[in-house]
Design a protein around this ligand. Sequence first.
Ligand code: SAM
Ligand code: SF4
Length: 333
Amino acid sequence: MPHTRPLSDRYGRVATDLRVSLTDRCNLRCSYCMPAEGLDWLPDDSVLTDDEVVRLIRIGVELLGIREVRFTGGEPLVRRGLVDIVRRTHEIDPTVETSLTTNALGLARVAGALAEAGLDRVNVSLDSIRRETFHAITRRDRLHDVLEGLAAARAAGLGPVKVNAVLMRGQNDHEAAELLRWAIAEGYQLRFIEQMPLDAQHVWNREQMVTADEIFEHLEREFDLVPAAEPRGSAPAELFTVDGGPATVGVIASVTRPFCGDCDRVRLTADGQVRNCLFAREESDLRTALRAGASDEVIAERWVVAMRGKRAGHGIDDPTFLQPDRPMSAIGG
Ligand code: SAM
Ligand code: SF4
């Protein structure tokens, strides 16, 4: 058996949940994430190959105690090797939970293959079920494809299917209750996420952000919400039962109610950099070591060292807070 070391930091947290970004590219242009014209994508030769991604995942699982792998991006469904990467990840250790965070464009075509390859769950990002609002936020008229993708994921058994929504003032915040009613009817678990200062355009501002308190105000006009009994653990979402249950709704209040003290996540970017936090300003390069022929042990050691520098919190409220250089789409949300 290989020797396993935990990915611990100086504050006693242990990372067991690995978020793997498979690409920084995307086929939508959500206004809180990317500018209309897109971004300068990573050069092809800097992006890890399928073999390199799988090797790093294997090192994470076999040597560093990773128990959950979530594929994200950019849009992970635009990565050609996705199904194969999922299959090979599942083969490393079938007890490791695998999931996908996606905008669901094209999911209808591959949901069955992903489930067959061993994917456990999907999280679909959807901010509105009104065609015009969806088009305005994502700058693409593709709501229909997302709804088809969601239904295909549910049919393929990739559940519980979670839907993540970001509310924007004056754009879709008044649609919060409608979105929840729809999600409950469809059997999807809805979670609202506070908008974070991770947009490529750097236009986020606290006054414009729809807070968790405001989200509750919108929802409580129509629903009775009670904190759910189950312990939250390291999950970012605070869960509430809706109208006596069993349906629930989650709120991820990353900004106004940070949960950094319970964080168990570590991120790997598409170009092979470890980030110990979404908001980290430093990254640790594993790609260069990988391509220089380093052993698994050497790469694992670099990864362990990278985690030691994890800060206690994201510090959004510090006057000295600086948004990371890379936007969410390049880090892997
Ligand atoms: N393209 C995929 C998707 O949209 O699900 C995966 C990547 S996306 C960056 C991951 C998640 O980050 C999505 O749920 C999206 O809504 C969220 N996101 C993007 N920018 C954000 C921001 N500035 N604040 C909060 N959430 C954001
Ligand atoms: Fe693409 Fe996801 Fe960013 Fe929207 S949130 S632009 S779908 S990466």
